[in-house]
Design a protein around this ligand. Structure first.
Ligand SMILES: Nc1ncnc2c1ncn2[C@@H]1O[C@H](COP(=O)(O)OP(=O)(O)O)[C@@H](O)[C@H]1O
Ligand SMILES: [Mg+2]
Length: 205
């Protein structure tokens, strides 16, 4: 059964501007009369909170397999509790990270991509997936500026390589994120509006 709404996800490296642009996209779509909502992974649910507290914030090293499984479980929770209900109401859901983050990050940690795909097989496929492309060298500088934990350049490079495979096979639409925020936001909005134009059974309210 087809969803009534539209499901969009925003992907990219750490500090590539996902949160900034997911929020801006929601604002811009609302201005155009669309009913858009922001959502994020890890989700706001209990499993999402567990991931934030015990893995992301405390930087506790857990095996990549455990990480991949936890994110997959949280994703099911996220889809069932937040994404599907909003889509049923005909909304545009903008998710700050989704399944490509698992593929890129845990894939970069050398887990088998097919296995990651398999454990995420039941996750609702997005209608449109956008990749904000920022060079690893640039995100590493932004991370330092933000004073959060510095992710190694080498890791960012490996993560980008996986993301780029999905750009090359057309699953992700790349937007050049290494420009002023306004320009990036404008490009993302154009990509989304073009997509919506061709997305038959969807209309602005
Ligand atoms: N186009 C841009 N140019 C310069 N800095 C940016 C740009 N986009 C985002 N930033 C900055 O980079 C940092 C990370 O942005 P954020 O949206 O939190 O990224 P993410 O959610 O991908 O980690 C923030 O301080 C933000 O203001
Ligand atoms: Mg963010």
């Amino acid at each position: 059964m087809k969803n009534k709404g539209v499901f969009i996800c925003i992907e990219g490296l750490d500090a590539s501007g996902k949160t900034t642009h997911a929020h801006r996209l929601v604002r811009n779509l609302r201005r155009k009369g669309f009913d858009a909502v922001y959502t994020t992974e890890p989700s706001r649910g209990e499993i999402g909170r567990f991931i934030r507290t015990y893995i992301l914030q405390r930087k506790r090293r857990v095996p990549s397999v455990v990480e991949a499984l936890l994110f997959a479980v949280d994703r099911v929770d996220h889809v069932e509790k937040e994404i599907k209900p909003a889509l049923e109401e005909g909304k545009i859901v903008v998710s700050d990270r989704y399944v490509y983050s698992s593929l890129a990050y845990q894939g970069a940690a050398e887990l088998d991509l097919r296995w990651i795909e398999e454990i995420n097989r039941l996750a609702l496929p997005p209608d449109l997936a956008i990749y904000i492309d920022v060079p690893p060298e640039v995100v590493v500088k932004r991370i330092r500026r933000k004073k959060s934990v510095m992710e190694r350049l080498e890791t960012q490079r490996r993560v980008r390589e996986v993301y780029m495979k999905f750009v090359e096979n057309g699953k992700l639409v790349a937007v050049d994120g290494n420009r002023r925020k306004d320009e990036v936001a404008k490009d993302i909005l154009t990509v989304v509006l073009d997509f919506l134009k061709n997305y038959s059974n969807f209309q602005s309210v």
